[in-house]
Write a protein that binds this ligand. Structure first.
Ligand SMILES: NC(=O)c1ccc[n+]([C@@H]2O[C@H](COP(=O)([O-])OP(=O)(O)OC[C@H]3O[C@@H](n4cnc5c(N)ncnc54)[C@H](OP(=O)(O)O)[C@@H]3O)[C@@H](O)[C@H]2O)c1
Length: 307
């Protein structure tokens, strides 16, 4: 009871909760359904991790491999991907690792790679790849980069792998961000363009989309808190310097995704938004709440843009 109250307090106070301090305070209380998965919990399972070549993705790959999963690193740069695979192999001797090239922001590339990935018969798909661009960037199909990387590519990949995932009772995880709490679901881009706002809006879309996918699949969104990764250091250098000493490690940031990968359905449920091994509210203020019509409009839009 006290542990639950402390956990909720950490969640509402953001800075301590999202930092390493929140992780350390909460993880000291994890037991029962929130305990660490048993060794070998993912033996025989196949996981796909987009952006698995660095930051939280690499930590997720390592955590899943440690639990015995076969893991496919889905990366846009094969050189960086191979170097990451070598690091995981060194950390987890005997790990069964595979590399698939895919730029998730390029819808043609997603269509190509999806055929390869479906053949792997996945049980788990982790939409981890993420970007916070300094300036407005468009993809080969003309989409804004955050929208393509966080929403359109993952939606299309999920659509193409849905049959394979359903066959195996598979699960989908969308790595969103606590930054989405500041944004309501909306389709327009910030004008003038601002990468942080575009990022947060598409991270809100991920949470809504995950909930919509939960009508068909076991789908969850997760936010990692604030973790020390190459992406954070590059995109938010001042933030990284300010919070450096209390940032989570990448392993701590990836913890809930790895735990959720192994959590039984009775614990995980479906369609939830997770942080530090507990479901969290999707809104803290009333003005970010979307309507069912807003959700339907998002679904129709992403279906149209990825068909
Ligand atoms: N770190 C945090 O505190 C934090 C907080 C909230 C949410 N998140 C979320 O967690 C996820 C991982 O973030 P991170 O901090 O680990 O970032 P990171 O260090 O920048 O790593 C992101 C990974 O995504 C890959 N990627 C980016 N665009 C891609 C694309 N189009 N196709 C395939 N791969 C692509 C990158 O590959 P390259 O090596 O090729 O660039 C990199 O491996 C993101 O979704 C992010 O929004 C992170």
């Amino acid at each position: 009871m006290l542990a639950t109250a402390l956990d909720t307090l950490l969640d509402r106070t953001v800075v301590p909760g999202y930092s390493r301090l929140g992780y350390l305070a909460r993880s000291a209380t994890w037991s029962g359904p929130r305990a660490d998965p048993a060794p070998g919990a993912l033996a025989g399972r196949v996981a796909l991790v987009t952006g698995g070549g660095g930051g939280l993705g690499l930590a997720t790959v390592t955590g899943l491999a440690r639990l015995g999963a076969t893991v496919h690193l889905v990366v846009r740069d094969e050189g960086r991907g191979a170097a990451a695979r070598d690091r995981v192999e060194a950390a987890v001797p005997g790990a069964d690792l595979h590399l698939t090239r895919c730029d998730v922001a390029d819808l043609d590339d997603v269509r190509r790679a999806a055929d390869v990935l479906a053949a792997a018969r996945p049980d788990l798909l982790v939409h981890n790849a993420g970007v916070l661009p300094p300036a407005r960037t468009v993809t080969p199909q003309g989409h804004e980069l955050c929208l393509a990387t966080h929403v359109l590519g993952p939606h299309l990949l999920t659509r193409r792998l849905a049959g394979a995932l359903r066959e195996r009772g598979g699960r989908v995880l969308w790595i969103s961000s606590g930054g989405m709490y500041a944004q309501r679901l909306r389709a327009d881009e910030p004008v003038p363009y601002d990468g942080t706002t575009a990022y947060a809006r598409t991270k809100r879309m991920q949470v809504v989309l995950s909930g919509l996918w939960a009508r068909e699949l076991d789908s969850h969104a997760v936010h990692p808190g604030w973790a020390d990764t190459p992406g954070l250091a590059e995109s938010l250098p001042a933030f990284g310097r300010l919070l450096g000493p209390v940032l989570r490690t990448a392993e701590q940031g990836a913890d809930t995704a790895v735990w959720l990968a192994a959590a039984p359905a009775a614990v995980a449920g479906t369609g939830r938004f997770w942080h530090d091994r507990r479901p969290r509210p999707e809104h803290y203020v009333p003005w970010t709440r979307e309507t069912p019509a807003d959700r339907d409009a998002l679904w129709a839009r992403v279906e149209a843009l990825t068909s």
